[in-house]
Design a binder for this molecule. Structure first.
Ligand code: PMV
Length: 345
């Protein structure tokens, strides 16, 4: 009888529900830059990306009735402020879909150096959306997970899927928008070589930079006109596995995006000297017959798109560029996955 008093009676009545998910970063071949509806976080332009095997985030979400509020640990360090607010907004959506108010403990780990300034919001919010919806036991498909991720960071919608992935532009009044797979990773054996050019934090985040570009760049309208045509070229190049056509369109998209942001007042300049050095290196590799093209996101790092058999040559050449700190070679990655919970993230 005595023993019965010690039995934990609340553990099953009010359990902690946890789930873990892994998502890869992605690199846009056709860039998303500009919001149609900032409130709904709908992109003004369509985009296409490839998912990167070598860069990923693993996130665990535990809905725990004993918590007073959500907590966030990023790469081992407790986090508050804007990062926690963004995570909280995504969790609020999942909670309202699941009909619960329980707070969550979120633990997230990148397998690449965050201090390098490599974009991590895509893999982070895709992993968070998948882990949170699993932990809340929501019976939803990957498209709905992608829509939830998109609300936090539009590029994160694409990281829910592997291979080649598209995200359409939003339409006025739309409330649901998810990315969708264009081709699987097995379709085409491309590699991406990431040249890390700076360890400093970038001068301005993508949301603020997009707003400032839309408000002040005289080239913004031209950019909006260009994007659908580039996306069409990229779709055709993926289908035909034509690296020249893909690379030309991807490089054009990246440089046009930066030109548009550079023409804002005051200018948004993400490049470091090593960014230019890496672009020049890619151009001279091309002159030597190596098929390789550059793309650059909202930061100083250069990503070289090339065939698997050329990735070591490209990585070596980029590693020699003054100011390039290191290179990472990545194959194309797969879908975001649900991982077993246990151990530490
Ligand atoms: O999803 P966001 O808000 O982090 O914006 C991403 C913007 C770019 O990385 C520059 C382009 C893209 O399509 O990923």
């Amino acid at each position: 009888m005595h023993g019965e008093h010690n039995k934990p009676t609340t553990a099953t009545a009010n359990p902690t529900r946890a789930a873990r998910a892994k998502a890869h970063a992605n690199i846009a071949l056709a860039k998303y830059w500009g919001k149609l509806d900032p409130e709904e976080n709908l992109p003004a332009v369509p985009s296409v990306s490839i998912t990167l095997e070598a860069l990923s985030t693993i996130t665990t979400v535990a809905f725990d009735p004993s918590l007073q509020e959500d907590t966030l640990t990023l790469n081992g360090a407790p986090c508050g402020g804007q990062a926690l607010d963004r995570v909280g907004r995504l969790l609020d959506r999942v909670r309202s879909m699941a009909g619960t108010t329980t707070s969550a403990r979120v633990t997230s780990q990148n397998d690449f150096p965050t201090a390098s300034g490599l974009a991590s919001s895509a893999s982070a919010f895709a992993a968070l959306a998948l882990a949170a919806t699993q932990a809340a036991a929501l019976a939803i498909d990957r498209s709905e997970v992608s829509d939830i991720a998109r609300r936090a960071s539009a590029s994160a919608a694409r990281s829910v899927f592997g291979g080649f992935v598209g995200l359409a532009a939003g339409a006025p009044g739309e409330t649901f928008l998810a990315a969708s797979p264009i081709a699987s990773r097995d379709h085409w054996n491309l590699n991406v070589v990431v040249a890390i050019t700076s360890d400093r934090a970038k001068p301005i985040g993508s949301t603020g930079a997009m707003r400032h570009t839309a408000d002040t760049s005289p080239y913004y309208r031209a950019w909006l006109d260009l994007c659908p045509r580039l996306v069409e070229r990229i779709h055709k190049a993926i289908e035909a596995r034509d690296l020249h056509a893909l690379g030309e369109a991807a490089e054009h998209s990246a440089l046009a995006m930066h030109a548009c942001a550079l023409a804002a007042t005051p200018a948004i300049l993400y490049f470091e000297p090593a960014t230019i050095g890496a672009i020049r290196c890619i151009q001279s590799l091309r002159k030597r017959g190596v098929v390789v093209y550059a793309t650059i996101d909202a930061g100083p790092h250069v990503k070289a798109i090339t065939a698997l058999e050329n990735s070591q040559v490209v990585a070596h050449a980029l590693g020699e560029v003054p100011g390039v700190l290191r290179t990472i070679v990545s194959a194309i990655g797969g879908d975001a996955t649900v991982e077993p919970v246990g151990g530490s993230t």
